[in-house]
Design a protein around this ligand. Structure first.
Ligand SMILES: *Cc1c(COP(=O)(O)O)cnc(C)c1O
Length: 421
């Protein structure tokens, strides 16, 4: 469910025509719907009621402070994977005790920062990290809350590059190791072990692998308790898929929550989930203009002003994004089959092949749908391009929440070396 629809022949975000936004900020530009973000967050939160869960939005999906703030106002926490993301979460108004710090490569500087900010929980992924954290906590006379990230050896996820739960992935430790690490943390005066964490992948379209991982987690919690240790939390990660238009719909947040409630029924434990994509993807579009259409033997090419530097998902994950013209096509309008490409000097800069679209002309606006997650956060300045602006819509109004980062501004950070004497 999202708030991008045609009204009076114009594709709108809530009540604002996308053409008005393109007029104001230029293209390419990311446009987000606050009503959609809020709705998605509420659906997750309410799906567990009356059980209270910490819904920690995975900041890496969309790290703009205005997006974080929109969710934080509703009670969201944040799942973060770097010092920068913790800074963004705090700036967006997420209380420190709703911030989870995950990630396989936290530096000592980052661990220290998380300790000093008193985050809700640090998800530890190895014995070396646990020992480093203990040492850093001791030096600060602190006792950070810790969860051990389990790798349950369950494969899942919409693409090999976003599957994280198989035994040979770089994430987490085996169940047996996790229990040993938990015991080690429990015996450490500078660590406060709270529970276990898991995150098995992204764009998961089937509840079965998630359920298998969660059952293993429950058994492990019961074993730790039987051994006399206190376990008060489990963190179930993110990963629930979203419909990218042409696929069968993934499980709903309600079905996901019902499964979790079933798996953990009767276990007195605080639950956290870390959805990223499922909250943000369908809340955003990338708006782009047709530079020109090129005839070619075979089929025409639609050259857009957005490139793989703006939206890299098709290039690296073969991701599908629905493309909609900003002006509603008339019923009788010609449909053509296009290859849709960007201006970047790489063949990978192809958004879609063989895509049926109403006939488009130079200067027409199009929107890449479901671009609100892993869109702007993965953008780069490749080919010396500006970084696209971001706009947040609320009802009939819109705000620029990141202005365009121009090439002039980028060059201003660079300098020539001192001439050698
Ligand atoms: C990426 C990530 C998430 C969010 O994944 P989605 O598929 O966007 O829901 C949650 N937790 C951790 C640890 C992650 O690395």
């Amino acid at each position: 469910m999202h708030h991008f629809d045609y009204r009076n022949g114009e594709l709108c975000c809530e009540e604002v025509p996308l053409s008005a936004i393109a007029e104001a900020v230029g293209t390419p530009a990311y446009v987000y719907s606050s009503a959609t973000l809020e709705r998605h967050f509420d659906v997750f939160k309410n799906a567990f009621a009356p059980r209270d869960v910490l819904v920690a939005f995975a900041v890496k999906a969309n790290a703009n402070i205005a997006i974080i703030e929109t969710l934080a106002r509703r009670g969201a926490g944040a799942d973060t994977v770097s010092r920068g993301e913790i800074m963004r979460a705090l700036k967006g108004g997420v209380p420190h005790d709703r911030i989870i710090f995950s990630g396989v490569g936290k530096t000592e500087d980052e661990l220290s920062f998380a300790i000093e900010k008193h985050v809700h929980q640090i998800n530890v992924e190895s014995i070396a990290e646990l020992d480093a954290l203990s040492r850093l906590a001791a030096a600060r006379n602190a006792r950070p809350a810790v969860a051990i990230r389990v790798n349950p050896d369950v494969g899942a996820g919409g693409h090999e590059k976003i599957s994280t739960g198989r035994g040979d992935a770089k994430f987490g430790v085996s169940i047996a190791q996790a229990e040993a690490l938990y015991a080690r943390a429990a015996a450490d005066p500078h660590l406060s072990p709270k529970g276990l964490a898991v995150h098995i992948g992204s764009q998961i379209k089937d509840l079965a692998p998630l359920e298998a991982a969660f059952r293993l987690l429950r058994i492990s919690v019961e074993r730790l308790r039987a051994a006399g240790m206190e376990v008060t939390r489990v963190d179930l990660g993110g990963g629930l898929g979203v419909p990218y238009f042409h696929e069968p719909a993934p499980p709903s947040p309600d079905a996901y929550a019902a499964m979790i409630t079933r798996v953990f029924s009767g276990l007195d434990v605080a639950l956290a989930i870390e959805p990223g994509r499922a909250i943000a993807a369908n809340a955003g579009v990338l708006l782009s203009r047709v530079i020109r259409t090129q005839e070619r033997p075979g089929r025409p090419i639609l050259v857009l002003d957005a490139g793989m530097n703006d939206l890299i998902r098709p290039a690296i994950y073969d991701a599908y994004h629905d493309i909609k013209p900003a002006r509603a096509p008339a019923d009788a309008e010609d449909v053509l089959t296009y290859d849709v490409v960007g201006p970047i000097c790489e063949t990978g800069d192809t958004f879609a092949r063989n895509r049926a679209l109403p006939k488009l002309n130079d200067g027409d606006l199009v929107a890449f749908m479901s671009a609100g997650a892993y869109g702007a956060t993965m953008a780069s300045t490749y080919n010396a391009r500006a970084l696209s602006p971001e706009v947040l819509v609320r009802g009939g109004r819109f705000s620029v929440i990141r202005r365009r980062w121009t090439v002039e501004e980028q060059i201003a950070l660079e300098m020539l070396p001192e001439p050698t004497p």
